[in-house]
Design a protein around this ligand. Structure first.
Ligand SMILES: [Zn+2]
Ligand SMILES: [Zn+2]
Length: 581
């Protein structure tokens, strides 16, 4: 049982109760309970298991018993009974952008819609438009949302499958017949979205290991199970393959199955020129080839595979055939940034706006993570839905930060804001207010439908403001949910270089924005990156690890990343005006 699972069940109960027209206070109690479970500072799962939730604010008696039952038995009768009252596919409707309980309820009651397939048919027959409160426009929007969902049916966020992958790796590592374990494929290359998971093991008992793999706790169904290969579908819907090889084959199989296809094709081309054929089992000499290249008798790791071809080792994140092979041939690959290089982070929220934890709690978490500084950037006043701060509340927060700083000996808080970039590119705070802060993140949160030229101009205008330190989530995309708005990346990067504005790599798993494909260009133009978790809770700060993986994928080294610098360097950097940096 995990915190996420507890919260997800409470969330689902709230939805189901809403569908049943239950008392809104009751619905709110479950929703609030889910938030409390997520935000609780302590081992809530253990407390629930031990029936020791009494006294926790936000969890009443009824919820207490249900959480205990859920945590101790793995299921909740009340929840299962509720579910049984509705068609199984009905909850799937909530995943569609724009569909809330009211609409789902109407679709179910009036048209008997029980799932996405029903809904699609009803829309196509024009029945949805006729429902009160729907209309032709809504019907079209629903069809659009269904199309987006179909497009992403087999897509999963890198960030959301990461805990699952670690769990499976840990389990495989404990298997007595397995000597080596790795995850390969697009997950290893840190693609922001993955379609399946590829595990690789070295063993002398491949068949047995394959069979055991199909009985993992996470498995929903078995697709295939053979002598050296097994395929399963996990409970979250992702397909997961295992390949069992010998110790000797392991490095070659790891290299091969890590891909990308394009990278491997290019690599095999180089091998052929050297008279070698390279596949998932090893190197073999090409018969009749004039060239003879020495291959060591034993190859123990991937590094040696690349070495045979005269290449530096290429980190998996770079293997996309986007220039890494040429750079490896010249031994000019950058030394990529690592999580341990990060010393702090900017762009984080607190309960002052829409965060779940207080300034003190966020500070505590940053300290526990071993960070030396933390930047606080709550929303600005026009973000009413996110409880944005006005000038007065911002000034109070700055005063609180200055006061806390006097108490710290080895930690530093930086006072900032995530200021809204208004429709015309001006900012939500006056320059005088921005000047009173240590730094400023500027982000777009509204008017996403501007034409590309206008959007680009809007963002560049914001960056031209001398008080704007960095640009937040450049494209506004939410992976698998909301497309990026139209914006000219190349022009924004040029403008950032000219105005010495930092661009953030937002490491929220849904954002990962600016996209990794643009970072090398930014780096070559001298634009600095700030790896920012956009944390709205203590847990949110942990996204830094994911951010580092994306930064690596974007070719970034320690020197390219602002928050790899020491506190004193940051202080000096922020004190200088943008023009002087
Ligand atoms: Zn934002
Ligand atoms: Zn934010």
């Amino acid at each position: 049982m995990t915190r996420e699972k507890l919260a997800a069940v409470l969330e689902e109960i709230a939805l189901l109760l809403e569908l049943k027209d239950e008392n809104p206070f009751k619905v709110r109690a479950y929703r609030h309970g889910a938030e409390t479970v997520m935000a609780y500072d302590g081992d809530i799962v253990k407390l629930a298991e031990d029936n020791e939730l009494e006294g926790i604010k936000g969890i009443g008696e009824a919820l207490r018993d249900k959480l205990h039952e859920l945590a101790s038995t793995g299921a909740l009768k009340f929840h299962q009974n509720l579910r049984a009252e509705f068609p199984e596919g009905l909850l799937g409707l909530f995943d569609l952008q724009g569909l809330g309980p009211k609409k789902v309820k109407a679709l179910h009651r009036e048209l008997g819609v029980g799932g996405v397939a029903d809904l699609k048919a009803a829309c196509e027959a024009g029945k949805v438009a006729g429902l009160p409160g729907f209309g032709v426009k809504t019907q079209a929007a629903i069809l659009e949302a269904i199309a987006v969902r179909e497009k992403f049916a087999d897509s999963f966020l890198l960030g959301s499958v990461t805990p699952l992958v670690s769990e499976i790796l840990d389990t495989l590592r404990m298997h007595p017949e397995i000597s080596l374990v790795a995850v390969a494929g697009s997950f290893r290359r840190a693609k922001e979205v993955v379609h399946d998971l590829d595990f690789l093991v070295a063993t002398k008992e491949p068949k047995l290991v394959c069979e055991d793999f199909t009985t993992l706790a996470e498995v929903e169904s078995v697709i295939a199970c053979g002598e050296t290969k097994a395929s399963v579908r996990l409970k979250n819907g992702i397909q997961c393959d295992l390949r069992a090889v010998s110790n000797k084959q392991f490095p070659f199989a790891l290299q091969y199955f890590s891909g990308s296809k394009e990278h491997n094709v290019a690599l095999r081309g180089i091998a052929l020129k050297k008279g070698l054929s390279l596949n998932e089992y090893g190197y073999t000499a090409v018969e009749g080839s004039a060239r003879k290249t020495d291959v060591p008798d034993e190859i123990h790791d991937e590094r040696e595979i690349y070495k045979v071809l005269g290449l530096s080792f290429i980190e998996p994140e770079l293997r996309e055939n986007r220039g890494e092979i040429e750079a490896a041939a010249e031994h000019k690959l950058p030394r990529l940034i690592e999580l341990a290089n990060l010393r702090g982070t900017f762009h984080n929220h607190t309960t002052a706006s829409d965060g779940h934890h207080t300034l003190e709690e966020m500070t505590e978490e940053a300290m526990e993570l071993g960070l030396e500084y933390l930047g606080i950037s709550d929303h600005s006043k026009s973000m009413v839905v996110a409880n944005g701060l006005d000038e007065e509340r911002l000034a109070a927060q700055v005063a609180q930060i200055r006061k806390l700083n006097r108490e710290f000996s080895h930690f530093r808080l930086f006072a900032g804001t995530e200021v809204d970039i208004l429709k015309d590119g001006t900012l939500d705070f006056d320059d005088g207010v921005l000047a009173s802060l240590d730094y400023c993140v500027a982000s777009v949160h509204t008017s996403f439908h501007l034409p590309e030229k206008e959007m680009t101009r809007r963002i560049c205008r914001a960056m031209e403001n001398p008080h704007v330190t960095m640009l937040g989530h450049l494209t506004g995309r939410l992976l698998l949910k909301r497309e990026a708005y139209a914006v000219d990346h190349a022009m924004v990067i040029d403008c950032a270089a000219e105005t010495r504005t930092i661009i953030e790599l937002n490491c929220n798993p849904q954002r990962l924005d600016m996209d990794w494909r643009w970072w090398k260009r930014a780096k070559d133009k001298g634009v600095l990156c700030s790896i920012n978790p956009d944390a709205h809770s203590r847990e949110g700060l942990h996204y830094l690890g994911l951010g580092v993986r994306m930064a690596r994928k974007g070719w970034l080294a320690k020197a390219d990343v602002l928050n790899a610098r020491k506190t004193a360097e940051i202080e000096a950097f922020l004190k200088k005006s943008k023009a002087m940096r």
